[in-house]
Write a protein that binds this ligand. Structure first.
Ligand code: ZN
Length: 251
């Protein structure tokens, strides 16, 4: 209900039931404002905010300290489905076989029957899939140079440390590093699932191609600030020089 519905021709016209319940309504002074009705949100600290889902959400949510990996998982150039995947990976929430074995240990499922669908050498886990598995390792080696991560090993710990170290950096090399790791993880996980639940199989070289093509397509939509580093990145990725602009951040 709006104020205009109960304030008519200079008089308050409260519904009878309201007055019975809240007699103090009769003591209300005349209404003197001529501004238009609007919806406001009174915050937990008593401020009147313009109503909007974001202001309400920020008021009612419990805010925690920012986690170190937030800018590494969510960044402007990221591919949303890859970010969602990275969020699960960083938090080790993917349903890998080592985790499922713990759930099933009381049942009659045999853990020994589970094995990594990429290498069939043993059960998979976050560490194994990203990227210690021989198949994933081959994929990692095939993409890490273009990602500017030559010196980073195939262990998730070292990849994570590197990305967290450069989180928030807008340097093209660091942005591309984040994009390639997210895409590599996403497609390795997709391949792992495809092999478990279907008969489809792609070799490591094919997967490398898919990862690099996906990132290259995304790079095509970005604009880069001119530096000598950017010139060589464009060359390495076979991207047109027209993506360089003179005075802005990449992306
Ligand atoms: Zn494996």
């Amino acid at each position: 209900m709006k104020v205009a519905d109960v304030y008519i021709h200079g008089e308050w016209r409260w519904p009878d039931t309201w007055v019975t319940r809240y007699p103090s309504l009769l003591d209300l002074q005349h209404f003197t404002s001529h501004s238009a009705d609007k919806v406001v949100w009174r915050s937990s600290s008593g401020l009147e905010l313009d109503y909007g889902t974001s202001s309400v959400w920020n008021d009612i949510r419990t805010a925690h300290d920012e986690v170190p990996w937030s800018d590494m998982v969510w960044f402007p150039q990221a591919i949303p489905r890859h970010s969602f995947f990275m969020w699960l990976l960083v938090n080790k929430k993917l349903k890998t076989q080592d985790i499922m074995a713990r759930w099933l240990s009381s049942g009659n499922m045999n853990f020994n029957l589970m094995c990594c669908s990429l290498c069939t050498l043993g059960p998979d886990s976050h560490e194994h899939l990203f990227f210690e598995c021989p198949y994933s390792d081959q994929v990692w080696k095939g993409v890490k140079d273009l990602a500017g991560l030559h010196n980073v090993t195939n262990s998730w710990g070292s990849i994570y440390d590197h990305l967290v170290h450069f989180r928030g950096s807008k340097n093209a090399k660091h942005v591309i590093g984040r994009m390639v790791v997210s895409a590599a993880g996403y497609f390795v996980w997709q391949e792992r699932n495809a092999r478990l639940f279907s008969t489809k199989k792609r070799g490591a070289n094919r997967l490398i191609e898919v990862i690099l093509t996906t990132v290259r397509m995304k790079l095509h939509t970005m604009r880069f600030k001119r530096t000598s580093q950017v010139d060589s990145i464009l060359q390495d990725w076979s991207l047109p020089r027209g993506l360089v602009i003179e005075d802005d951040d990449c992306g």
